[in-house]
Design a protein around this ligand. Structure first.
Ligand code: ISC
Length: 335
């Protein structure tokens, strides 16, 4: 009761709120803006030009999300639903592979928007589906204002800090999640770039540094290679600097960083906004940051999904297109 009343009030006054579920946790919480709160929940855009922050004072537990299926979250209309076509995307991928061949970069992550027409979206029902389907992901539905409602189930942690221990992961390389398709050089190399890059960054800020992996992370539609990195921070004040220096990792941008970022911003042809940016959850006990992947913006005429993949000299454009189609199923199937 308290949950639905709180949400209704927030919607009426256009106050930001979010439903969140941490990885490997069963509990779903509602958090809502309270200017006196000392905890924060935030979205930072890919290009660092935009940030939304919600201060909150409590985690309101949602015992059974299905009881909220009738709670209406009003969605606005997306008037601009034109997105890149398959052929246009294949051309962009070919151009990118050519650019990489000229030895200007090792890897660039290319992405696109995918529009799904649907006028019957029930955000909380979809969020409930994501929480069940992806127990190891960070699932959220984040209401920033009537025109910006994001939903996602991201498997990627940018950084987590608790009891002086900093943990992160190098997540990259994607294949359909079936045993008969083995990891090949392309994925192994693509993921190693990320591990090496993150490892080097952490070393500057930490001691007692350990690396475990890579191993396979199974997510149903796709599997990824994942390496876990753990370290003691030299000083807790360094956390913000470390997170800022880690973003964007080569899992969402590329190597070398600046060339890849410039290439993305001038060639992708759309604004990533908060996709491939990061979501922060900061409390007095811990601070966690998630890369905003497998996400979408919700509207009353459909959903705008964001999907991408790492391109290297060994990439096959058609396979890369198929990979983004598979990634689109994360959100697509929940609608
Ligand atoms: C950029 C995305 O995924 C990243 C995370 C895991 C695997 C990836 C890959 O195989 O390309 C990407 O680096 C996305 O899901 O939109």
């Amino acid at each position: 009761m308290i949950v639905s009343e709180t949400v209704k009030k927030c919607i009426k006054k256009d106050i930001p709120f979010a439903f969140i579920r941490l990885p490997k946790d069963k509990k779903i919480y509602l958090i809502k803006e309270d200017k006196n709160g000392i905890y924060t929940y935030s979205f930072q855009s890919f290009d660092d030009s935009k940030k939304y922050t919600l201060q909150f004072s409590e985690f309101i537990e949602v015992k059974d999300i299905t009881t909220l299926n009738d709670l209406i979250i009003p969605l606005s209309k997306n008037e601009n639903t034109r997105v890149i076509s398959e052929n246009e995307y294949l051309s962009l991928l070919k151009k990118t592979i050519h650019y990489i061949y000229q030895k200007k970069t090792d890897k660039i992550v290319i992405s696109r928007e995918k529009w799904i027409d649907k006028d019957t979206i029930n955000p909380l029902q979809s969020f409930g589906f994501l929480c069940k389907r992806y127990p190891t992901s960070f699932c959220h539905i984040s209401y920033w204002n009537q025109n910006e409602i994001w939903m996602g189930a991201t498997p990627e942690i940018l950084g987590s800090y608790e009891n002086t221990l900093f943990t992160t992961m190098a997540l990259a390389g994607t294949l359909p999640d079936v045993d008969s398709i083995p990891w090949e050089n392309k994925e192994i190399e693509e993921q190693k770039y990320v591990t090496d890059y993150i490892g080097e960054k952490i070393k500057t800020y930490a001691s007692k540094f350990t690396i475990n992996g890579p191993e396979t992370l199974h997510l149903g539609h796709v599997k990824h290679l994942i390496t876990y990195l753990t370290a003691e921070l030299k000083n807790s004040n360094l956390l913000t600097e470390l997170i800022t220096s880690l973003h964007p990792t080569p899992a969402v941008c590329g190597i070398p960083l600046e060339k890849s970022r410039n290439y993305i911003l001038s060639n992708e042809g759309y604004n990533r906004g908060f996709y491939a940016g990061y979501i922060g959850l900061e409390t007095t006990e811990y601070k966690k940051y998630f890369v905003n992947l497998r996400c979408a913006q919700l509207y009353n005429n459909g959903a705008l999904l964001y999907v991408g993949g790492g391109i290297t000299a060994q990439s096959n454009p058609k396979k890369e297109w198929m990979e983004t189609e598979l990634k689109a199923k994360f959100i697509g199937e929940s609608l």
